[in-house]
Write a new protein. Structure first.
Length: 139
């Protein structure tokens, strides 16, 4: 798969030294119409009680929405997070993994809106997120 000149492996390697690497987020599929990524529930992403931290869940959602917007913008522009709305409907526990699936709701000139559903490894819906990115000129 070619992600604007990068293979999926190169895109995952590009995240070295970032929060994305720290949380263990790995892209599985990246297209302009769909982005999928996984993240393990472990000492990096859980609360002290062994449950996936909501902040880690939102970081996963912002990550897939961000790369999805990147796939839909022209050269010289950048997507920046503007708003998130999240509903946690279930829990994921230490040792599990979660999968985020992002699909665009609106791809405009200055804003993108994404729906991100996050599932546990057994397919249970964990969280549903609506995320908006502003599209701006690179500085």
């Amino acid at each position: 798969m070619n992600v604007k000149g990068m293979t999926l492996e190169e895109l995952n390697n590009f995240n070295r030294g970032s929060l994305i690497e720290t949380l263990g987020i790995e892209y599985q599929l990246v297209t302009p119409e769909r982005v999928e990524a996984t993240m393990n529930v472990d000492k990096r992403t859980r609360q002290p009680f062994g449950i996936l931290h909501g902040g880690a869940t939102l970081a996963l959602a912002e990550t897939v929405a961000g790369v999805g917007s990147y796939m839909n913008i022209e050269e010289g522009k950048v997507a920046v997070g503007a708003q998130a709305s999240c509903n946690h409907v279930s829990s994921a526990f230490d040792g599990d993994s979660v999968r985020a699936i992002a699909t665009p709701i609106h791809i405009g000139r200055t804003t993108h809106v994404w729906n991100i559903d996050i599932f546990t490894s057994n397919g249970t819906l964990l969280s549903s997120v609506r995320f908006m990115n502003f599209i701006k000129k690179k500085q």
